[in-house]
Design a binder for this molecule. Sequence first.
Ligand code: ATP
Ligand code: MG
Length: 363
Amino acid sequence: MNNSIDFIAQSVIQNLESGVLVINDEGDILLVNPSALKHLKLKHHILQPGKNIFHIKELTPFVEIYKELLDKKESISRRKITLDIEEENILGLTSSLIKEGDKILGAVFLFTDLTQIKKLQHEAEVNKQLAQIGTLTASIVHEFRNPLGVILGMTEFLIQKTADKPELTKNLNLILKETEQLNLLVNQFLSFARPQEVYIQKQTTDFVIEKAINICSHIIEKHSAIIEVKKIPKNLQFIFADADKLSTAIANLIRNAIEVQMEQDKKWVRISVDSDGECIIIRIEDEGPGLPEKIKKHELFKPFVTKKKGGTGLGLSIVQRIVMGHRGWVNCHNRQPRGAIFEIGIPLEPAVGFPNEIPPKTG
Ligand SMILES: Nc1ncnc2c1ncn2[C@@H]1O[C@H](COP(=O)(O)OP(=O)(O)OP(=O)(O)O)[C@@H](O)[C@H]1O
Ligand SMILES: [Mg+2]
């Protein structure tokens, strides 16, 4: 009877979704289940019975918790701890001492991985923030569009009419330039304010990239930027995406890449396509100064965060919103020896039940 209860207890622990780690009073591991290895992203040879948690640097937070247990002599429940393994890992942990009378025999740790939940919470927060800003700006910005169109049209008309008066033309060109800048800004705000519904269809990857380059053709030509497009691997010829939206996102990254190289003679951008088995990755590299040191990476994707003179700081948040609409991700890091790399990941297969109809035709 006892044997079969032991067996059941063992198999419950082995199959628990939560990680279980049991140590003796000296920190030697007595028991560790497969979920613990998974949540801690540690290999079996590092985390196994007989090893001591004081000697495993990844387990420093567990050591701290154990010391706290010894100190306070009471259980710790639902504590959030952060592990610095591969990338930041957040665990929800409950722990208590194992005692026999007054004698401490060890401790038990029960934990689950909260990283995914945190990510989802973050996405929901971003979406809420964006929706609020969106509603407000949409109504204001909309009122700007018509007058701006009139100013642009009239200025262009006047430039033609005053070709023989260079002083006037010079000033009119200035008005034109500033108005165009304002127009760009208004359009940025509007694309930000519009709901980002995506309509996913099977596209050729090539088409989406070409479309993005086309959107930027003006800035590419103006600054003689070199755009190097690497040959797309055969198995990644197709992508499930909203071509209009995704190309806008890629175009924003290309534009940023050129803009950060403004001070340099050579403005170089490389676009390549790759995969991690789950997503098709579109990578945009540049040889600019690299990511700003003083801004945390995830902050860059928040609206209105900018280091660019005259920038709105909306470009990357639009990118983030578009890729989220595709159930994808965007990431960035520095490039060696210089520059930055921005990557967009789009699922190789669209999720089941994912909205992928063509939008109803209007007008
Ligand atoms: N390729 C890059 N290399 C280095 N820093 C970058 C790069 N792309 C973006 N950044 C940084 O991220 C900030 C935010 O970019 P984002 O596109 O959101 O706004 P912006 O370019 O400043 O303004 P906007 O796009 O609205 O004109 C930039 O100001 C810049 O500091
Ligand atoms: Mg930008």
